[in-house]
Design a protein around this ligand. Structure first.
Ligand SMILES: C[S@@+](CC[C@H](N)C(=O)[O-])C[C@H]1O[C@@H](n2cnc3c(N)ncnc32)[C@H](O)[C@@H]1O
Length: 244
């Protein structure tokens, strides 16, 4: 990573109150591994160093806004893709235990290789669909936090995530700007699944100012047995949400 890109990462993280200083070499290594991964197979649409640092690394670190993660939390990253937000979060939060999940084996293969190369022993990648994991005793109600970035509309996320959370656990969803309709559907879905939307926190990403919203949903009661519905149904027929 050249000095200008390093400085972007440092300033972006600084604005979020996250100290990356000791981890700069590992962030540099992560950047190289992503670029190599992109050359092998199309892992992420972002190719320039500046875009990767601002729109993947700093953007992922923004999930720490508000301080919703506490030491030793088991954190499931739903739809991690090439490892976001897990990999940047795991670099700065060795006190958390991460399970990045994706239905695409190739992506999880990359996340596992990268976590190994970076020495991130507290990251345990898993191939699977959230609908299926949410019905397995090993995973249902097993996590303290579900974190998610850029996967689906809020009512879909709520159906996929709440079954995986223990009571008192939190879904921390990092989204772009969110409209009233989506938010209302998300609130109703949360009620149906045993939770409640506790926080809606709009903010601008450091340096770029891009609009983001952190939505936090708390699980208050056990999720009814009928949820999540079978694979693909939460997306095809989102709860309380009319797709066009
Ligand atoms: C747009 S990508 C976002 C990846 C990453 N979170 C990021 O911010 O760069 C969405 C990812 O979610 C995965 N995904 C979508 N629905 C899923 C589900 N029900 N279970 C597991 N993975 C899912 C897809 O395979 C895809 O890799």
């Amino acid at each position: 990573m050249n000095a200008r890109i390093l400085d972007l990462l440092r300033r972006g993280a600084d604005e979020l109150g996250v100290d990356v200083e000791a981890k700069l070499p590992q962030f540099g290594q992560l950047l190289e591994l992503l670029q190599q991964g992109n050359a092998r197979f199309n892992l992420t649409a972002l190719k320039s160093e500046e875009d990767i640092v601002l729109k993947h690394f700093v953007d992922s670190l923004s999930c720490l806004r508000g301080g919703y993660f506490t030491a030793s939390n088991r954190v499931l990253d739903l739809g991690t893709g090439a490892g976001f937000p897990t990999l940047p979060l795991a670099l700065v939060r060795p006190d958390l235990r991460f399970t990045p999940v994706d239905s695409i084996r190739k992506k999880i293969g990359f996340v596992a290789e990268t976590a190994r190369a970076l020495g991130l022993d507290h990251v345990t990648p898993l191939v699977g669909r959230a609908e299926t994991l949410g019905r397995q005793t090993e995973h249902r109600a097993a996590y303290d936090r579900v974190v998610v970035r850029a996967v689906a509309a809020l009512p879909i996320l709520v159906e996929l995530a709440l079954p995986l959370l223990r009571e008192g656990g939190l879904l921390v969803a990092q989204k772009g700007p969110i409209g009233e309709d989506e938010l209302n559907a998300g609130r109703r879905a949360a009620g149906e699944l045993g939770g409640r939307v506790q926080v809606v926190d709009p903010f601008g990403l450091p340096l770029s100012g891009d609009a983001r919203t952190l939505v936090v949903v708390e699980k208050l009661r056990p999720t009814p047995e009928k949820y999540p519905r079978r694979e693909g149904v939460p997306n095809a027929q989102p709860l309380f949400w009319k797709t066009k």
